[in-house]
Design a protein around this ligand. Structure first.
Ligand SMILES: Nc1ncnc2c1ncn2[C@@H]1O[C@H](COP(=O)(O)OP(=O)(O)OP(=O)(O)O)[C@@H](O)[C@H]1O
Length: 773
């Protein structure tokens, strides 16, 4: 994308400020909006573009400022051919029909934002603000928020933005609608002065036809064609009308009644070309727009030579325009000087600079625009309580609530215990322990009581006394307990016999010393934890007997032993596994959801479009938004760190800097992924629905809740499709294992995520044309 504000060619003199030649434009497959339209606006002239609602005025202006693309024809602005790669930047002042203002910014902040996009200094912005405040009667001292202004006040602010930088070309789409007559007059006076004194070109659309009677030229549009383009006073003489409105009416009538007669014979197949909704015409257009446009060359109002002319003999309408001589002297002329003085004019690039400096200047300007946009986004976020909550409190809340629950093993699972050795074990075991006295006594009677006591110790199991297996089964079926343990009659004596006899033990003693379990395995996770705890309890029980009775523990010891772990601790839970991935997922999710909303908001409000005309290129918008998101990530990192430390008692093992770097990278990845979605969908509802479906998949296929290895082989390729998958492992390595960025379990994931960011960014930049419909 080339911004000619920064190019060498900007000073090239051009005869015409705007030259439109044979432009055809349609929206999608619908009927064309601009039909082989040609238009010529001389430098330093005031051009009034008239036409009924829906005739294509705004579309034409959008094409001129480079916001919309067109199918055929050419547009030159200030001597430079406009295409999708060229923006006019600070040379154009554009006031779109929609207000296109950030509602949460104040008037002054809005001025500063656009001033910086235009490349102005603070002093220049302040000076122009004072002048425009006076000219347009902007409310207060500029501290009022845009959302609190009336419709007319907002329109004035919008106009002020177009005038802010004293552009060479002003394109104003209905600037005076809704304003009081005095203010309208003052604005027109100012525009006349700009064209006559400062040689600034103004193209203006309005529905108040009489407003443009003193302009140098008017263009009258109808159904996407320019019916006439001429000096309004001259036209009034030609049509012997005292009101321009009557001229417009007559031309429109003539077009409606006689349009068909003016068709050259070769276009007779376009019968009904000027009549709307003519099916044959529509079909022809849809069939081949380009050839249709070619065929229309030569038709009145479509070829750049207009069928109704009265000033053909005049070569220079800008200097000898009678309309200006006849112009009534304004009664409320402002005293401020409108000629661009060196102080007022935005800094212009020195064309004689060596390429190195030009490149540096261009980079500096680009950074300035990105920063200005980032600041505007920051103010927007700071003034929106919902955004603040989403971006700061939500991560902490989700981390504390989810991190405190996900991965934590369930405790207090109710398990029935049918102890046939001692049916009333609850009371009986207490009495038995009291009778034995010291805990060190080697007592081998009522071993079942010792086993039950160990079941209590860890808290994972809550043993419930049940007196028969039938009763226990019924309780499981009722959902009162999750399963039951059955301890046989004479459990103690058979256990001793088995221990003494070892491999000579009888089948009866083997069966009689066996504890059986009957579980509700439909609740897999709870039962898995209960089962693991039961085995541990049994191990502790045997160990305790061994210690009391001086047994060799080796014969009962589990033949595998956990020693000092390489990473983590023996007491660690699944929580340590889940938390790092949860943080990665959260940061990704937030920027994945917020960035497309920022984009769509900017598109819907028209602020992106307006900023784009002011010189903000799409990549600068992207950088600005991502810079805002990443700077917010720093706050999120602090909040996450405190939540981990004080809320979840989780300590990050690795470097905080590396952790912060991973967080920033994840935010970037989520942001670019979200932006791509925003560009493709351009609709909030679609984004929300997609996010609802996509986020759980992102969590699962990224291995947030469970290892990627649990994903079936034929579905594992899916994890490659989700950018979160690569970054989760580096998070675990840094947070749980304390590894550095250069470790082989960290850098590949970081590199891959960086690759994702690059690919997504490039795709977004390539697809940005989709935003220009
Ligand atoms: N983004 C779009 N997608 C599809 N059709 C569009 C789009 N924008 C405008 N149009 C259609 O193009 C036609 C011309 O619209 P445009 O806004 O250029 O008219 P206009 O002359 O500026 O009207 P008004 O004076 O009411 O603002 C209309 O029929 C409109 O419905």
């Amino acid at each position: 994308m080339v911004d000619i504000s920064e190019s060498n060619n900007e000073a090239e003199p051009a005869a015409d400020a705007v030259l439109v030649r044979n432009v055809c434009k349609s929206y999608g497959k619908s009927q064309p909006v601009l039909r082989n339209l040609s238009m010529q606006v001389e430098q330093g002239s005031l051009y009034g573009l008239l036409g009924s609602s829906g005739c294509g005025k705004s579309t034409l202006l959008s094409c001129i400022v480079g916001l919309k693309t067109w199918e055929t024809g050419e547009i030159s602005v200030l001597g430079r051919k406009i295409d999708e790669n060229v923006t006019m930047g600070k040379h154009i002042g554009f006031m779109p029909q929609d207000l296109s203002l950030y509602e949460l910014l104040s008037i002054k902040e809005t001025m500063k934002y656009y001033g910086k996009l235009y490349g102005m200094t603070w002093e220049q912005i302040e000076e122009r603000f004072q002048f425009l405040q006076n000219l347009l009667k902007l409310p207060g001292d500029g501290s009022s928020y845009i959302r609190k202004l009336s419709g007319g006040q907002k329109r004035r602010v919008s106009l002020a933005l177009a005038l802010l930088h004293n552009p060479k070309l002003l394109i104003l789409d209905e600037p005076t609608v809704g304003l009081d007559p005095l203010l309208r007059k003052s604005i027109w006076n100012h525009l006349f002065k700009l064209t006559t004194v400062s040689k600034i070109t103004v193209i203006i659309t309005t529905h108040y036809i009489e407003e443009v009677r003193y302009s140098n030229k008017i263009g009258l549009m109808r159904n996407g064609r320019l019916l006439v383009e001429d000096d309004p006073i001259c036209l009034m003489k030609l049509y012997q009308a005292s009101l321009l409105e009557d001229v417009v009416l007559k031309i429109c009538r003539k077009d409606q009644n006689h349009g068909l007669n003016e068709l050259p014979s070769k276009t007779n197949n376009l019968e009904g070309v000027f009549v709307d909704n003519q099916p044959k015409f529509q079909a022809t257009w849809k069939k081949n727009l380009k050839s249709c446009c070619n065929e229309m060359k030569g038709i009145c109002g479509t070829n750049g030579k207009f069928c109704i002319t009265c000033s053909d003999s005049k070569n220079d309408t800008t200097t000898t325009n009678p309309s200006l001589q006849n112009q009534p002297q304004p009664s409320n002329v402002t005293t401020a000087t409108e000629k661009i003085s060196p102080q007022e004019a935005p800094p212009v690039t020195n064309n004689n600079q060596p390429p190195k400096y030009k490149f540096l200047n261009s980079c500096q300007a680009s950074i300035q625009r990105s920063i200005a946009h980032s600041k505007a986004e920051w103010i927007n976020i700071l003034r929106s309580p919902i955004y603040i909550c989403i971006l700061t409190l939500l991560p902490a809340f989700q981390l504390l609530t989810t991190g405190g629950v996900v991965g934590v093993e369930p405790k207090g699972t109710k398990i029935g215990v049918v102890n046939y050795e001692f049916l009333n074990w609850e009371a009986g075991c207490i009495k038995h322990r009291e009778a034995i006295g010291s805990n060190d006594t080697c007592d081998l009677s009522m071993l079942s009581c010792g086993l039950i006591q160990h079941l209590y110790s860890s808290g994972y199991i809550a043993p419930i006394q049940v007196t028969s297996k039938e009763e226990a089964l019924a309780a499981v079926k009722r959902g009162d307990i999750k399963g039951y343990i059955q301890i046989p009659v004479n459990y103690s004596s058979f256990s001793i016999e088995r221990a003494v006899m070892k491999h000579f033990a009888s089948n009866e003693s083997i069966d009689g010393s066996r504890v059986t379990m009957h579980m509700d395995l439909s609740d897999y996770i709870t039962m898995f934890v209960a089962l693991a705890d039961l085995l541990k309890s049994f191990e502790r029980f045997i160990e305790e007997i061994g210690e009391r009775c001086d047994f060799s523990l080796k014969i009962v010891e589990f033949p595998v032993q956990f020693r000092e772990p390489v990473y983590g601790s023996l007491e660690g839970s699944a929580q340590t596994y889940v938390i790092p991935a949860l943080i990665a997922g959260l940061l990704f999710e937030i920027s994945f959801a917020v960035v497309p909303l920022i984009l769509i908001n900017a598109l819907k409000q028209g602020t992106l479009v307006r900023a784009n005309v002011a010189g903000l290129r799409f990549h600068e918008f992207l950088i600005g938004v991502l810079f805002t998101m990443t700077s917010l990530t720093i706050i999120q990192v602090i909040i996450c760190y405190m939540s981990l430390e004080y809320g979840l008692n989780f300590r990050i093992q690795g470097s905080i800097l590396v952790f912060t770097f991973l967080c920033l990278l994840t935010t970037l990845c989520g942001g670019t992924f979200g932006l791509l979605l925003g560009i493709i969908m351009k609709d909030v509802l679609c984004i929300v629905i997609t996010a609802v479906f996509l986020i759980p998949m992102l969590m699962i296929y990224a291995g947030v809740l469970q290892p990627i290895e649990v994903i079936p082989h034929n579905l594992r390729f899916m994890s490659l499709l989700f950018p979160t998958a690569a970054i989760v492992e580096p998070f675990r390595s840094v947070m749980n294992r304390g590894l550095s960025l250069t470790h082989p379990t960290v850098w590949p994931g970081v590199l891959l995520t960086f690759g994702w960011v690059m690919v997504l960014t490039i795709t977004c930049l390539l697809l940005r044309k989709k935003l220009k419909t």
